[in-house]
Design a protein around this ligand. Sequence first.
Ligand code: ADP
Ligand code: MG
Ligand code: MG
Ligand code: MG
Ligand code: MG
Length: 635
Amino acid sequence: MGLLSEGSPLTWEETKNLADHVRKHGIIQFINLYKRLKERQGDLLKWGDEVEYMLIKFDDEAKTAKLSLRAPEILRTLNEKEQNDPDNIKSLWRPEYGAYMLEGTPGEPYGGLLVHFNVVEANMRYRRQEASKLLGPNEVLMSITNFPRTGAHDFTDPPTQPTPNSGASRSLFFPDEAIYLGHPRFKTLTRNIRQRRGEKVVINIPIYKDKNVPSPFKEDFGTLANDESSSAAKEDHIYMDAMGFGMGCCCLQLTFQACNIEEARTLYDQLTPLCPIMLALTAASPFYRGYISDVDCRWNVISCSVDCRTEEERGLKPLKENKFRINKSRYDSIDSYLSEQGEKYNDVPLIYDDEIYKQLTDNGIDKLLAQHIAHLFIRDTVSLFSEKVHQNDLENTDHFENIQSTNWQTMRFKPPPPNSSIGWRVEFRPCEVQITDFENAAIVCFIVLLTRVILSYKLNLLTPISKVDKNMARAQKRNAVIAEKFWFRQDITSDVKKQEDDGQVEYTEFTINEIINGKDGVFPGLIPLVNSYLASMDIDADTHCTIQAYMKLIQKRASGELLTTASWLRKEVISHPEYKNDSVITQRINYDLLKKIQKIVANEISCPELLGTCISSKTNETIPAAVAKAEKVPI
Ligand code: ADP
Ligand code: MG
Ligand code: MG
Ligand code: MG
Ligand code: MG
């Protein structure tokens, strides 16, 4: 979840009073960094994934599966390895929001060689095994986007109780003990977001109206109920009221290093229209708080779960205390393109701080980058540590990172950290995590290959920001891959000027199948483009086989031949003998579902409707010496 500074958190009042201080110094830090690094050239492609996991505790007698709150303990052991031998580790482990969550990345980033695709899945498998070794007999590490019963009765191990009248969340359902408390950041963010907003966060996700769901569906929160919950909970919706419902979900992220700032801006823009497409393709979270919902993805849930905007900022009251009306949560899709090519597609009025914008442009920063930064900086800091208040703005970028890393958007433009060999990077953040390493590796390799295709064929995928926003909403709907169409650029291969001269329609609505696999005579398809790119390369048989298995998975998910994770999860619950068509996921249904996932991941049972016939590639943890020598093909 971004930067993890150590220290003692300030109270919300203290933090609030320092909001302008953080903004002011954050901007100075960015200007200093920009001046120092804008000409940085020649960085090579490097990239790495981040996979988030949940710890599940099974009770085979009681037939229950709960979230195990032991992540802090496990993480301590995992981090010892890193501390003892930082140069020889194959994985890095970081805390995440939940006390039941872990984030794992490769020990070092991958480089830009084709052979690296051979180690991605094996490294993911290594991480899973490494962490799994530290678990108790009935504990299992799982890469699932959401735990079906988070916030439902009795969902943690050890058992915990929510505390609606005290603590950080004040949730009716999500106890503070389920937050990772080993670092103060997570609890502080939770409290400050609630206090800044002036009330608890409100998340209402439509319930799946199966035939025995009462109409209207209106829950009785019993003794827990209070005025706030009664007015916030909407009929026919699953109501949630804490940051943990969103930030307690897992995801799959990818970071790429670009050769210079220009290439980073291009990649940032070109990957943006792919965010909703990849969100729909990776959809994996149809269940919330023990109910089946009518959406397939986590995105809106997280967005609402950290929506710190006040009533004024949300447009419910005239502006008095606050400066801006803000149309999105700080967790949402991006609002503006950064490259020159993208400028004309910035069709949504951007809210930004005029003074900051002027300060940035006065310091030689161009309009597009200045407005991006000035837009991020409409937000207040929501977590500040006493040790970090006063910084050397020439050496430090913590205040900049403070605001940057709490703008949780679909894409992130990452400047080089101070005093490092790291270049300008972009992060691709929409994907939901899949249950197997095979699927996660497939998604990751597909996106990496796409970046190469985009750059070498000079593809142009840009569609107006307003259309990308529309696609984000469509992507989350139930069964979006099959049922929805998405705005996409019609001609992605020829130059825009020519298209304008020809009077072509710039963008139109396609199914995901058409976008990924192509539409005869109309659209080439992203995978055919990847394949034609690969055809020009000298690829060894193993690498070829691995990549093809991955591309096939993506193609079949897009065409509907294979189910998305979300569709498969729904099908499992609905066909469970104990399911009563009431959209309720009981302890037993949850137990059986997670047990099945465990068996699929362990390769004890097959699941062809989700994975097809090939469920793991021939990848190795290290590149065989013979292959490595023979194979120096850059991607
Ligand atoms: P955050 O949580 O802020 O996104 P992490 O450090 O958790 O950042 O993950 C960053 C990812 O970037 C990891 O997969 C890591 O391997 C990868 N990475 C590290 N260095 C580079 C680099 N120079 N270029 C590209 N990716 C990198
Ligand atoms: Mg993370
Ligand atoms: Mg991370
Ligand atoms: Mg992170
Ligand atoms: Mg990340």
